[in-house]
Design a binder for this molecule. Structure first.
Ligand SMILES: [Zn+2]
Length: 296
């Protein structure tokens, strides 16, 4: 079932668990993630990045079809929407959520640009994620870790001003492979959750390489969406390597990669407390629209 990210995250924050948001680049990833979620009766969020999948229209149509036919609630989110045009293209392609990432811009610009897209997205029932503070790159972790952690008091004003549905916070994670040992600022997380309220969903980027225990703790302390990319892709590579496929093992590469990704995601769904959290989606019939002809 295709649902908005808000529907998924509002439940997760109320019931205090996190939903994995794996990056999917193609059919293989998407099917592996959906099957893992179905096997464990869990909701899931598919993150799609324009940088890896620029044909949002094609992939969006493909993913919406898969999700509509799925047995569990799934949202499709544009990951790190950097351009206004990408966000609009994602909405047009059927994504049920967009991340508008202006975390590198000055605060006032971040608020103004996010607010603009919140208005457009909410008008057509699409959820919006934004980021305050900045989650940097793991390759510069030792120097950048403390550069732009989320300020809890600013978070409250930011959410009120922008009207976003969930907030990505910088609490010590980074994207990609860490150059040092990651450590999370759980006190800061607790403070942000307290100030925004238990029911407001928080997002953690840079889940890969952060460590199972830290992710589990974050999921119990108010993080409701955890983005995973590198570790997911790594699981596929390790699976292929271990299978020792060569020569005419070509076709098996896909099956091994898919199974490895699926196993990895099932582990994360259990770790984050998402297993068994799927619900039956009930849709009301759309209200009858009165056209100008009928009014006459
Ligand atoms: Zn990210």
């Amino acid at each position: 079932m295709l649902v908005t990210m808000k529907e998924i995250l509002d439940r997760a924050s109320k019931e205090n668990y996190a939903v994995p948001a794996p990056n999917v680049c193609m059919e293989l990833d998407a099917r592996a993630m959906i099957e893992a979620a179905e096997d464990l009766n869990a909701p899931i969020i598919l993150d799609v990045a324009w940088s890896t999948t620029p044909d949002l229209e094609f992939f969006g149509k493909y993913l919406t079809k898969l999700c509509e036919e799925s047995a569990v609630p799934i949202a499709i989110n544009l990951d790190h929407g950097a351009e206004f045009a990408h966000a609009i293209a994602a909405i047009r392609a059927g994504f049920t959520s967009i991340m508008v990432d202006r975390s590198s811009a000055p605060y006032e610009d971040n608020v103004r640009e996010v607010k603009e897209l919140v208005k457009a997205a909410h008008a057509v029932g699409v959820s919006v994620e934004a980021e305050l503070g900045h989650v940097g790159q793991g390759s510069q972790y030792e120097t950048d870790r403390n550069a732009a952690l989320t300020d809890p008091s600013q978070a409250k004003t930011y959410v009120e001003e922008t009207g976003v549905d969930c907030l990505a916070v910088a609490i010590g994670t980074a994207h990609g492979t860490y150059s040092g040992t990651p450590y999370l600022d759980f006190e800061r997380l607790a403070e942000i959750k307290e100030i925004l309220g238990q029911d407001f969903p928080l997002v953690l980027h840079g889940g890969s390489g952060t460590g199972d225990e830290a992710l589990k703790k974050a999921a119990r302390m108010g993080i409701n969406k955890i983005n995973l990319a590198c570790d997911l892709f790594k699981s596929a590579c390790v699976g292929i390597e271990e299978a020792g496929l060569t020569g005419n093992g070509y076709y098996s590469v896909y099956e091994v990669a898919k199974q490895s990704e699926k196993n990895y995601m099932k582990k994360m769904l259990k770790l984050f407390g998402t297993e068994g959290k799927a619900w039956k989606v009930e849709r009301q019939a759309k209200a009858h629209v009165i056209t100008s002809n009928e009014e006459k």
